[in-house]
Ligand binder design. Structure first.
Ligand code: FUB
Length: 327
């Protein structure tokens, strides 16, 4: 257990953590991160350095209470369909159960999305025998809407393989669209009532500019790369995501959970390290951004630490841009 928690400092320092998905369950804040391994092997654009093998769950009684690490809640060796790389997970509550939704490579080296369940938010989680049929790519994020419909948003370029699925099946030679073509959007699917399968084939979300024109693949300051997150504020759906190569967290807004979403602006400026990945949650009447950076490892891209900071909306519902290093 760590001492007092402070904003913009690592939530825990005894392990490396990344890709935080934050939720309030039973009045307590739970964070479902990736668990980065402390190794010194080389990096590449395929993300082979992100070799995570298990998940831990973190929790906070309040934002300044000590952060509790509930220990290992799921290991790749216990997931029949998975071979390696337990990347960014999310969690959801429905039907009196907690669902950990996570990506991993299957035994053919293809990223899929699986589910593990628990009676408690802190786990441990028992995995399903197989991945969600028809699932692919990475970074699942689940929204359980007020009408109890659950949606999973997912997808990520490069190591996340999204560009290899444009024909509807896996094409190892699939490439990103040309710069002047519409960018690939994240995918969305409504989940079945038991949360274990897709109700229908996933569909691509459209992200458009203020004129209704699609954001283009060459517009790297605004196009979707990975790490989708959807939250609701004042009845509007906010889709936020990483721009990857330009290292920002940006957002777009819609009145429909499946879009189209209209691009609005930047939430988080680039952090120390190549990847940036976040979530947004309301806790005890305030809104918070959970993110990671590589400050604690002096900039080693695959040794990241989860942090949080307060997030502020303007009167018109837009979000103020955060510089996490501003003094
Ligand atoms: O943690 C592995 C990958 O790095 C995640 O899936 C991406 O979102 C990026 O944070």
């Amino acid at each position: 257990m760590n001492n007092q928690t402070k904003s913009n400092t690592p939530l825990v320092t005894h392990i490396y953590t990344a890709d935080p998905s934050a939720h309030v369950f039973d009045g307590k804040l739970y964070i479902y991160p990736s668990h980065d391994l402390d190794h010194n092997e080389p990096s590449n654009d395929n993300g082979d350095q992100y070799k995570m093998e298990d998940y831990h769950v973190l929790s906070l009684e309040n934002v300044s209470a000590p952060c509790v690490d509930h220990g290992q809640v799921l290991h790749v060796k216990d997931i029949p369909w998975a071979s390696k790389q337990l990347w960014a997970p999310d969690a959801a509550y429905k039907n009196g159960k907690y669902y950990l939704v996570f990506p991993a490579r299957d035994h053919d080296n293809i990223f899929r999305i699986g589910v593990a369940t628990s009676d408690k938010p802190e786990g441990p989680f028992a995995p399903e025998a197989d991945y969600i049929p028809g699932s692919f790519s990475i970074d699942p994020a689940v929204l359980v809407d007020e009408d109890k419909k659950a949606y999973v948003y997912f997808g990520g370029l490069w190591g996340g393989q999204l560009e290899k699925w444009q024909t509807g099946s896996f094409n190892p030679d699939g490439k990103e669209p040309k710069p002047e073509e519409p960018a690939l959007g994240p995918q969305v699917a409504e989940l079945s009532d038991d949360m274990l399968s897709f109700k229908q084939k996933p569909k691509e979300i459209s992200i458009v500019d203020e004129n209704g024109d699609p954001i283009l693949a060459g517009d790297e300051d605004r196009r979707f790369f990975e790490g989708a997150w959807v939250h609701k504020y004042n009845g509007q759906y906010y889709l936020s995501y990483s721009t990857g190569t330009t290292h920002k967290i940006v957002y777009a807004v819609s009145d429909n959970p499946q879009g189209p979403f209209t691009f609005k602006g930047t939430i988080l400026k680039p952090v120390i390290g190549w990847t940036t990945h976040h979530s947004i949650a309301e806790f005890e009447g305030k809104w918070y951004l959970f993110y990671h950076d590589c400050e604690m490892s002096d900039g080693v891209n695959h040794k990241r630490s989860v942090k949080f900071t307060e997030l502020t909306y303007n009167e018109d519902g837009t979000i103020q841009t955060i510089d996490p290093y501003e003094k």
